[in-house]
Design a protein around this ligand. Structure first.
Ligand code: NAP
Length: 280
């Protein structure tokens, strides 16, 4: 079984991006810039944002974090986004989610210029991705996609099963696999025979949020299994896939932690660079 090492894949991607940033710097005499807006004191968000800032600096991006207390008015955040939209030194804008309840998430997402939307959440980017046009692609599914392609470069005709249909993960993952000519089944909480559906997959991507939902006997021999889940349990952080059982049948599997997570941040840097290239 191939253990898909997300840390290693992310480090390799960051190295490639570092070279690219230095080439862009020589060509344009400026570097791509990423601005992250963080509202409130949510502990996991603070950690994510710190990691994003550190990784951005590592590859040579201009990186800035704007922090607001959780009492900030929605208007203040929207005005700041408008300013950043106009700022030529900012290639990508990310507003860390979740936001406090009094701030309308959709309004925030739609205020970010689609060309600076490094998360790929703006409806324009969602539409472009599903239409097969150039767009920012949400970072987690993009990371999953790159890891799958490393294991299996030709996905044409493969049967892929995506478990979970969130806008963040399941839906964009489905679009990426479809673009690669996979036959994709997208499953969710109302799916009748989830085990039966999973068993048909040459590729399974699980993005559910239920600890170890996908069992060993749900997986076809030699399938590629990508585990997006991050679940806090008594035995520590586990994914949506029963790792030990599935590792006995799968051809390749991502661990949790150390699989999809590190690639998500590296893909955010990649998206920032792509936004810079498109705008120049
Ligand atoms: P989400 O928005 O809560 O969506 C979960 C999806 O799973 C929904 O579509 C839901 O179906 C489906 N589902 C729930 N119970 C199910 C069941 N019993 N059988 C089949 N499908 C079921 O979650 P998310 O934001 O996509 O996140 C999923 C997981 O990934 C979480 O553990 C999260 O922490 C993790 N995550 C990891 C990363 C990373 O970088 N590694 C990034 C983001 C998220 P319905 O639509 O029918 O409700």
């Amino acid at each position: 079984m191939i253990l898909i090492d997300g840390k290693k894949a992310a480090a390799e991607l960051r190295e490639e991006l570092k070279v690219e940033v230095s080439e862009l710097k020589s060509k344009y005499n400026k570097v791509p810039g990423l601005t992250v807006i963080l509202v409130g004191e949510d502990a996991p968000s603070q950690i994510y944002v710190r990691n994003k800032e550190k990784s951005a600096k590592e590859v040579g991006l201009k990186s800035e974090v704007i922090k607001y207390p959780d009492t900030v008015e929605e208007k203040t955040v929207l005005n700041k986004i408008e300013d950043l939209n106009k700022d030529e030194s900012v290639s990508g804008i990310l507003v860390q989610l979740p936001l406090p309840r009094h701030i309308n998430k959709q309004k925030v997402i739609e205020t970010i210029l689609p060309s600076k939307d490094v998360d790929g959440f703006h409806p324009m980017n969602v539409g472009n991705l599903s239409s097969g046009y150039e767009s920012s692609i949400p970072c987690t599914p993009l990371g999953c996609y790159l890891m799958i392609k490393k294991i299996e470069p030709n996905l044409s005709g493969k049967k892929a099963v995506v478990v979970g249909r969130s806008n963040l993960n399941g839906k964009p993952m489905t679009q990426l696999l479809l673009k690669e000519n996979c036959t994709v089944t997208i499953t969710h909480s109302k799916t009748k025979d989830l085990k039966g559906e999973c068993l048909k997959g040459d590729i399974i991507v699980a993005a559910v949020g239920i600890p170890e939902l996908v069992k060993g006997d749900w997986v076809k021999k030699d399938a590629i299994v990508i585990d997006v889940g991050i679940n806090k349990t008594e035995k520590g952080i586990v994914g949506d896939v029963a790792f030990q059982e599935v590792s006995k049948v799968a051809k390749a599997l991502t661990p949790v932690p150390g699989g999809v997570g590190p690639m998500t941040i590296a893909c955010l840097l990649k998206n920032t660079i792509e936004c810079f290239k498109r705008s120049n």
